[in-house]
Design a protein around this ligand. Structure first.
Ligand code: B3K
Ligand code: ZN
Length: 878
């Protein structure tokens, strides 16, 4: 397979100004007529007078140049992925009409035009439009689109595309047509079409300039009662973008369609978002609090793309983080403003430090702006998205909220309607603020997670504290030598009595509660003055940079920070680091066959947390939650899944035993049912209650088992029901099977709830999980063609059940490889997402290494292998 390089970028040889599409729908044979108004690109220096359009899986019917001359066989050449027209006009614009047919029913890859539960829908990003018709399928070719759809009135009563509806009517043979016009220039990856039996929920929004926008959410009929939250989320997102970024919506209509078969979360097509049902549908009894939060976040994310992605798009796919990093940053801030800022930040960092750091330390590490790819769909990664958002967040930290807004204003002003680069974004920030960000730009090009070293020296006579920070970044594939990065380290000081100490850097600086230390050299000292006693340093507040601080704090100091740090992130993190220290000790004990005795300091620290009164109960729950097995995995040189599991269990059990009383009291205090309430208060009460329940379940006591069964049987909201089921499935419980069966019967008509049923079983640490997962593959509700189902069973098992997936006999690995090989032929994108669990083989013991490698080799040697799967498997073996 061919590798594409950023350094090879050249401007397009031709431009397309206008696209006139017409679709005659049929499940197996849809006819597409595309009329392109185009011309030679004056900026192109190529002297080639032929025109190459991309296209895959298309049946060409005819090609007509300038309305009248139908081209013959000799005038063009068809290859498996292109159509080359030997000669087109060079001096004036011309019209090219192409007619072709496609087969949506055979499209199991869910890219291009495909079927989902009888409805036709599209997914074009990144390169799916070429599966609809021949085109210049690249984001820097931007055109206005008009789309006419013709279809059977019974099978396709609703016909949608981008923009505003400009016409429609009846046709003979029980057919009808609708025309749509999108006045905004866009690349073809933002094209969308939906047709089917859909019902719609409608609302309105008045923009800041007084324009009235119609909002519509389209779903299957039985889901009409699950759209409220999505609609509210959309209105909140629209208002937020006006308030925070001054950005207003531009069309008169905003449509969202929910489909049951979708490769990822959602897609920001202009004026017609297409969503995975998972990120739209919610009713208190079917969706958890986490689902509600995710829906608001994803609805926001896709809405924010209208400016950061659609109005201003990417020049080429290497610039993906331009729109994704910025838009993730925007949605994170939106959620932070809507819910609890502290909790949102912790959740985001948790994900970054477990999953993204692992990616950045493994064989697939790449910069947020990659410089080469085989299959671009493989680069919709945690690095491009989440680390990309961290890079934007660092700009926000360095420039301040007002400076950042000046920069974003200039960015929108300069580049509206253009396809641009990450560098253009940084330049706008630079110019608007009169700063030099040349060193900061290295974040875009350099992969790997930097390690920041810290040394501190207090001079009592001078009353100064000197803090020496250093940085180094381990090598990543293809990048051995790394250069120092520009790292903002937000720092505060705390006196020994727990009160904040003012930070005064140098002599003339004003004192502040915290400062941004700008680490730009390999090693750099910062001197704080005016200090009567040696303070405790609170470093990297709010996790101000995606780095690993190399700090070895004594446990007493961590306990101190857990009680006193005014920074909510660092306070939580101190508790996490303390737990990691204790668990690391236990991991070593387990490996040596020693008894696991939990350090009382940790129990005391948690007791103190329990004794305080907290306003934000969600934050309180996070303080009470131990670091995950995956986070512990990241801390070990050679991962020992069993030791990690047992060490963590031992700590959880010790906490449950020794803090039983306060945990019980808390559980009972918040036990009352508050179904249907989704304010921060009710969410927090459910969260702390369920955190307590999962501790109490460690006790191996009949009364605790009774409590979880009781909660399972009486819960009226999915958060409480699923929390109880999870506890029952994760521990020995006599009613286990009965609960699973009951849950299935109750929810068999709700696909998204059945996904949870599969996932809960796949993630259980109980013995027999592998056999159960294998058995579930044959369950009538399992469907390997549905990505949500694949993720809920195969994804959950391989990515969230380290204990069983990494079983020493290798059966978990073999299971996964078999599924990947099967999926490879059906849906390469979903298949390649599943490869991830095998790529970290270098982190395990020799036995597991060999078994994982053998499975990767088996995958690579599959006869017909997709580019998607090949790229990840081959690169991880290299
Ligand atoms: N832009 C889409 C992702 C498309 C993925 C293509 N393989 C969703 C999003 O990030 O908003
Ligand atoms: Zn996005």
């Amino acid at each position: 397979p061919r590798t594409v390089y950023l350094k090879d970028y050249t401007v397009p040889e031709y431009l397309i100004h206008n696209v006139d599409l017409s679709f005659t729908l049929d499940e197996k044979n849809t006819r597409v007529v595309s009329r392109l108004t185009m011309c030679r690109n004056p900026a192109s220096r190529s002297s080639d007078t032929s025109l190459t359009l991309t296209g895959e899986n298309l049946k060409l019917v005819r090609v007509v140049l300038n309305e009248d001359s139908e081209l013959g066989d000799k005038d063009y050449l068809q290859t498996p992925d292109s159509l080359i027209i030997h000669e087109v006009p060079q001096q004036r614009s011309f019209v090219l009409t192409i007619e072709n047919t496609i087969d949506p029913k055979a499209n199991t890859a869910l890219e291009g035009l495909y079927l989902s539960n009888g409805m036709l829908c599209t997914q074009c990003e990144a390169e799916g439009f070429r599966k609809i018709t021949y085109f210049l399928d690249r984001p820097d070719v931007m055109a206005t689109f008009t789309t006419t759809i013709v279809g059977d009135k019974d099978r396709f009563p609703v016909l949608l595309s981008n923009g505003n509806r400009v016409g429609g009517g009846d046709l003979p043979d029980n057919r009808h047509w609708v025309s749509w016009k999108d006045p905004f220039k866009k690349p073809c990856y933002l094209f969308a079409l939906v047709a089917g039996r859909l019902e719609c929920v409608e609302d309105r929004f008045t923009t800041m300039s007084g324009r009235d926008i119609a909002l519509q959410i389209f779903v299957e009929k039985h889901d009409l009662d699950k759209c409220d939250h999505a609609m509210q989320s959309l209105k909140h997102a629209m208002a937020w973008d006006e308030q925070v970024y001054g950005r207003e919506y531009d069309l008169d209509l905003y449509m969202i369609v929910a489909v049951g078969h979708f490769n990822m979360g959602a897609m920001e097509n202009k004026g017609l978002n297409i969503f995975n049902t998972k990120f739209v549908l919610a009713r208190p009894d079917t969706a958890t609090d986490a689902d509600y939060e995710n829906i608001e976040g994803v609805i926001g994310h896709e809405y924010f793309h209208n400016w950061t992605g659609n109005r201003i798009t990417c020049r080429d796919w290497f610039q993906l983080s331009l729109k994704e990093g910025f838009t993730v940053f925007r949605d994170q801030e939106f959620t932070g403003d809507r819910t609890s800022r502290a909790v949102k930040r912790i959740e985001d960092v948790n994900m970054l430090r477990t999953r993204q750091f692992a990616e950045d330390a493994g064989p697939l590490a790449h910069p947020i702006r990659p410089d080469a790819y085989i299959e671009i769909n493989n680069f919709y990664t945690l690095t491009v998205y989440e680390k990309g958002a961290e890079v934007v967040r660092m700009l926000h930290t360095l420039l301040g909220a007002a400076g950042f807004r000046k920069g974003s204003d200039l960015y929108f002003e300069r580049h509206d309607g253009q396809a641009v680069t990450c560098d253009d974004f940084v330049s706008a920030m630079e110019t608007a603020n009169g700063v030099d960000l040349s060193q900061f730009r290295r974040w875009y090009a350099q992969a790997g997670t930097p390690v920041v070293g810290v040394a501190q020296h207090f001079d009592a006579a001078q009353k100064t504290l000197s803090l020496t920070l250093s940085q180094h970044c381990p090598p990543t594939p293809g990048q051995t030598a790394k250069e120092p990065l520009h790292i903002p380290v937000v720092t505060g000081l705390i006196n020994r009595d727990g009160s904040p100490a003012l930070c005064r850097l140098g002599e003339n600086e004003a004192a502040a509660e915290q400062v941004v230390l700008e680490l730009t050299q390999a090693k750099q000292a910062f001197v704080f003055s005016g200090l009567e006693e040696e303070p405790v340093v609170s470093l990297l507040r709010g996790f101000s940079a995606p780095v690993k601080p190399a700090l070895n704090r004594p446990p007493e100091e961590l306990a101190f920070l857990l009680s006193h740090d005014p920074d909510t992130f660092n306070r939580w993190d101190a508790g996490q680091q303390l737990a990691v220290q204790v668990m690391s000790g236990l991991i070593a004990d387990y490996r040596n066959g020693a008894k696991l005795a939990v350090n009382p300091l940790l129990i005391d620290a948690y007791r103190k947390v329990l004794e305080q009164s907290w306003d934000d109960l969600s934050y309180f729950s996070l303080l009470m939650t131990l670091p995950s097995e995956l986070y512990l995995t990241e801390q070990m040189r050679v991962v020992d899944v069993e030791a990690i599991h047992h060490a963590r269990e031992a700590v959880a059990r010790a906490l449950a035993e020794q803090l039983r009383e306060p945990l019980e009291t808390l559980y009972l205090r918040y036990h009352r049912d508050e179904s249907g309430r989704f304010d921060a208060g009710a969410i927090g009460r459910r969260r702390i209650k369920n955190t307590c329940l999962s501790y109490l379940a460690q006790l191996d006591a009949d009364w605790a088992r009774h409590w979880s069964l009781q909660q399972f049987n009486t819960a009226k909201n999915m958060t409480d029901q699923l929390a109880a089921l999870t506890v029952i499935v994760n521990h020995p419980h006599p009613a286990r099977q009965q609960c699973l069966d009951g849950f299935y019967r109750q929810w068999r008509h709700e696909a998204l709830v059945i996904d949870k049923w599969f996932a809960a079983q796949a993630m259980s640490p109980m013995p027999g999980t592998y056999e159960r997962v294998l058995g579930l593959l044959g369950h009538p509700a399992f469907d390997i063609r549905n990505p949500n189902r694949v993720r809920s069973l195969i994804g959950a098992f391989s990515q969230s059940n380290p204990l069983h997936f990494h079983a020493a006999d290798g059966q978990g690995y073999r299971f996964l490889a078999d599924r990947i090989i099967e999926l490879n032929g059906l849906n390469p994108q979903v298949a390649s997402r599943m490869v991830g669990a095998l790529t970290s083989w270098r982190r395990y013991d020799e036995n597991r290494q060999n078994r994982m490698k053998a499975e990767l080799e088996r995958i690579v040697s599959t006869e017909v292998i997709s580019k998607d799967v090949y790229e990840l498997a081959a690169k991880s073996l290299a």
